[in-house]
Design a protein around this ligand. Structure first.
Ligand code: MN
Length: 383
């Protein structure tokens, strides 16, 4: 492992899963939840409601649908942040009994991966804040407002515990975590503002509106009509483009030039935006985003676990791999960036730059962010 914590590792936010535009239409190539995702919804809903009669069958269907033991365990652990230890622990106990029973019948279930340990030197609060920025696509700056001002401690708990400790774990993708969260929130009911935030994030991280509709159909069957109807009303608002920031400190600011979402200062120097052209999905594993850099703007150093292809579409830009000369990119140029090679890209000082970033193989891992490209580095480039 490089000295970068998993929790500070963010998908090339920009370019990938994390900061895709609020895409209410979703990806028509991936209209349905996979069987595995459907069972994440059902397991989450039944656990949240404490429906221990029907939970064992849902857990078994989850395993049959390809969820690993560690993935289901992670769903049940994630749930506790939303429906409390009592329900979460009952879910875990039910899962243990289900696994035992299957083992006795000679069924071998796939254990799956353990969560990668975090080695970041950053404070939990900072890590949580960055995860939240990744998920919402909005910088978490400015004074606290609303409940965060009234109760600063819950703002700390939320950032440190929910977004650093729980969302920072890598067993489940952000899309899976959002599906879990949306399922539990819609099952609980009466938490529409938070559900709206998470539906917005869900669409950002690769879920589609038809998939969320399907999740609510599963809520109707497994929990009730009233809960599903309330969820559909929230989804309609989100699809209409009315989104609520999860943080009371960060109102959404749509870009008037249609450059997409402003990219956060935590990983970009200067002003840069991403507009997702092809949102991430589990079938293709290749999100495609158009990134616009103002003159002088650039990424931090970073790596992509699955590599990246950059197509220059406008202006004059730079691309540099660690220890190599900089490459100047002009309209029509293409660059292939190999997996796990530290690099940065961005605009030249005099000209803005627009690129299309194609980030394949995202199932192999996310983008790892490294240090800033310093002024000295940027001002002393050698071709
Ligand atoms: Mn890159």
């Amino acid at each position: 492992m490089p000295p970068i914590a998993v929790s500070t590792v963010m998908a090339m936010l920009a370019l990938v899963l994390n900061v895709s535009r609020l895409n209410a239409q979703g990806n028509p190539d991936q209209p349905a939840l996979s069987p595995r995702q459907q069972q994440i919804v059902v397991i989450s809903a039944l656990t949240a409601k404490g429906d221990l009669q029907r939970l064992p069958a849902a857990l078994a269907r989850g395993l049959e649908a390809g969820l690993t033991v560690s993935e289901i365990r992670e769903v049940l652990v994630h749930l506790y942040a939303y429906c409390g230890f009592p329900r979460s622990i009952r879910g875990l106990q039910t899962f243990m009994a289900t696994l035992d029973e299957r083992k006795k019948r000679g069924v071998t279930d796939v254990a799956g991966n353990e969560a990668t340990a975090t080695t970041s030197g950053e404070s939990k609060y900072e890590r949580g804040k960055k995860t939240l920025e990744t998920l919402t696509g909005q910088p978490q700056t400015g004074p606290a407002r609303g409940y965060a001002a009234f109760s600063p401690e819950i703002d700390v708990f939320l950032k440190e515990h929910l977004f650093a400790d729980i969302f920072g774990r890598d067993v489940l993708s952000y899309a899976d975590r959002e599906l879990t969260t949306i399922a539990v929130l819609s099952s609980l009911g009466g938490v529409e503002p938070m559900m709206q935030s998470h539906m917005g994030i869900g669409l950002r991280v690769g879920l589609t509106a038809p998939q969320l509709m399907q999740a609510l159909d599963l809520i109707e069957v497994n929990v009730g009509k009233a809960e599903a109807t309330a969820g559909r009303a929230v989804l309609a608002v989100v699809r209409g483009g009315v989104t609520a920031a999860i943080s009371p400190t960060a109102p959404a600011k749509p870009d008037t030039l249609d450059r997409g979402e402003r990219l956060p200062a935590t990983h970009f120097t200067g002003a840069a935006w991403v507009r997702m052209l092809v949102p991430a999905d589990s079938a293709f594993n290749v999100p495609v985003g158009q990134v616009t850099f103002e003159p002088g703007a650039r990424t931090y150093w970073h790596t992509h676990a699955g590599g990246q292809v950059l197509l220059a579409t406008d202006g004059v830009g730079y691309y540099q791999e660690k220890g190599k000369p900089v490459q100047v990119l002009r309209k029509g140029d293409a660059v292939k960036c190999p997996p796990n090679v530290p690099h940065w890209h961005g605009a030249s000082p005099q000209s803005g730059f627009t690129q299309v970033a194609i980030t394949p193989n995202t199932a192999t891992g996310r983008t790892t962010w490294l240090q800033q490209v310093t002024e000295a580095e940027y001002n002393n480039l050698k071709e």
